[in-house]
Design a protein around this ligand. Structure first.
Ligand code: BES
Ligand code: MN
Ligand code: MN
Length: 456
């Protein structure tokens, strides 16, 4: 609609500046040092929702960081869209690898550089601006609810009780999220699958204290040596995970489905070049795209122990640690996989060490059907603004709350992500394209329009 487009054109500078203000707020949920900033960010989101025209805007307290809620209910006969996003961001460490400070956004070559630029501030803020555009130009076509949380990057522990305890307040026909990526700016896509997650921390204890590695080395188990071997043994030579039962529930795609997936463009050479690697690796018999979408994985996220300071210290450490994540696919259960991991890990440990496994947050995989009215509305919206039909894709990341929305609110989630895999989310120099920000703002109102029309 031209009036939307005109309003966007007239307000572009302000829309961009508001996002830059939001990006200046270091809302790192993982680090208590930023508590004040996280809380201030919730207030910022509240004020912007009010300014955009939302009603009943409130900061909902939880046992952790608050959830910002707001709504525009125009007619109970019309459908309701629930927009979810997160205002918290990942820690920016290591700071020294950033070309510009992570909380001082700069625009370079058409990209906004800052922690949270893409994940998820730039993306959820598009929804507030799209809402403003509709409100200022005749109003929203259907009911809208916003739920923007502050603990996504630390596992959304307090969101589940909030959702379960507020089923009426959050009642809706569909959930809308922009927190994923698309294939390329010239190749729009809609995410129809997210992986689940099991996350564990392991501790391996050898002797009761750090020892002289000359006096005891060779005769007493070194927990770091042992842990390294245990981790190495968790994949076989074909790239399969060796935990018994790990693949039992994995949904197997038909050849036709895999052929359909393979149609999405993927440039292996560009992929390697971007990461400066000479080769990729992974489970035999699957493409890189399949390895990061329809297949489960096990990765060490961090490993430590012993002496890691300057110079050399000859020590046989008492303890070794690792943080391990497993990405899950339909129909794996995060609880079951965590149990299988624990059992296996304990069973492969030699008697010379003691093992402790501590489960962290988990989440279930999610899929969005492509034959629903909501999906079609989203696809039509992309087609309107990109001039191309979006390709359905499955993403490798996780948004555990999506499965919960399905279970508790009994609705599908539409993942209208406008980021790119190359946006360096969770990494130094995270960025988000100015193009992507405005394209998202332009596309979202069409979703509302087509969805509401379709429902009539
Ligand atoms: N937005 C990401 C998830 C994502 C990114 C999905 C790219 C698809 C494509 C989200 O903020 C995130 O980082 N999730 C975590 C899980 C969470 C439990 C900490 C993840 O995937 O590691
Ligand atoms: Mn995110
Ligand atoms: Mn994230």
């Amino acid at each position: 609609m031209d009036i939307w487009k005109d309003y966007l054109t007239e307000n572009k500078d302000r829309f961009l500046n508001e996002l830059l203000d939001l990006l200046r707020m270091p809302s790192v949920s993982a680090d208590p040092k930023f508590k004040k900033d996280v809380l201030a960010t919730a207030d910022f989101v509240k004020e912007k929702l009010i300014a955009a025209g939302a009603d009943n805007v409130e900061i909902c307290q939880t046992a952790g960081y608050p959830i910002v809620y707001g709504e525009k209910i125009i007619n109970s006969d019309l459908p309701t869209v629930l927009v979810y996003g997160h205002y918290d961001v990942q820690p920016a460490d290591p700071y020294e690898l950033w070309d510009s400070p992570p909380f001082e956004p700069v625009i370079k070559d058409g990209k906004i550089y800052a922690r949270g630029a893409c994940d998820d501030k730039g993306q959820f803020y598009m929804h507030i601006k799209a809402f403003e555009i509709m409100m200022q130009n005749g109003g929203v076509p259907c009911n809208v609810k916003f739920m923007i949380e502050g603990e996504e990057e630390v596992g959304s522990d307090n969101l589940e009780p909030f959702v379960r305890g507020n089923v009426d307040k959050l009642a809706c026909d569909v959930v809308l999220i922009s927190d994923t990526s698309m294939i390329a700016n010239e190749t729009p896509s809609i995410t129809t699958g997210l992986r689940g997650l099991s996350y564990v921390e392991v501790e391996v204890t050898g002797p009761n204290r750090d020892l002289h590695s000359g006096v005891y080395g060779g005769a007493v188990a070194n927990p770091i040596n042992i842990l390294s071997k245990m981790i190495a043994d968790m994949h076989d030579e074909t790239g399969k995970i060796t935990i018994p039962g790990f693949y039992d529930d994995v949904a197997i795609l038909s050849d036709a489905e895999r052929a359909e997936m393979a149609k999405a463009p993927f440039d292996l050479e560009a992929y390697k070049k971007d990461l400066e690697i000479d080769d990729v690796q992974g489970e035999e018999g699957f493409s890189s795209m399949e390895r990061t979408s329809i297949r489960p994985t096990l990765d060490v996220n961090g490993m430590w122990g012993g002496y890691i300071g300057e110079g050399a210290k000859t020590v046989l450490p008492s303890k070794a640690y690792a943080k391990i994540s497993m990405r899950l696919v339909p129909n794996q259960s995060s609880e079951k996989i965590t149990e299988l991991f624990q059992k296996h890990f304990e069973s492969i440990a030699p008697k010379s060490v003691k093992i402790k496994v501590t489960p962290h947050h988990g989440g279930e995989p999610a899929v969005t059907p492509t034959d629903s009215l909501a999906y079609k509305a989203a696809a039509n919206a992309y087609e309107t603004t990109f001039g191309k039909r979006p390709i359905p894709t499955k993403d490798g990341g996780s948004i555990p709350i999506v499965a919960l929305f399905g279970e508790v609110l009994n609705v599908d989630t539409i993942l209208m992500g406008f980021g790119l895999d190359s946006d360096a989310i969770h990494s130094p120099n995270e960025h988000y394209g100015v193009f992507n920000y405005f394209k998202g703002i332009e596309t979202i109102p069409y979703f509302y329009q087509y969805y509401t029309e379709g429902k009539k």
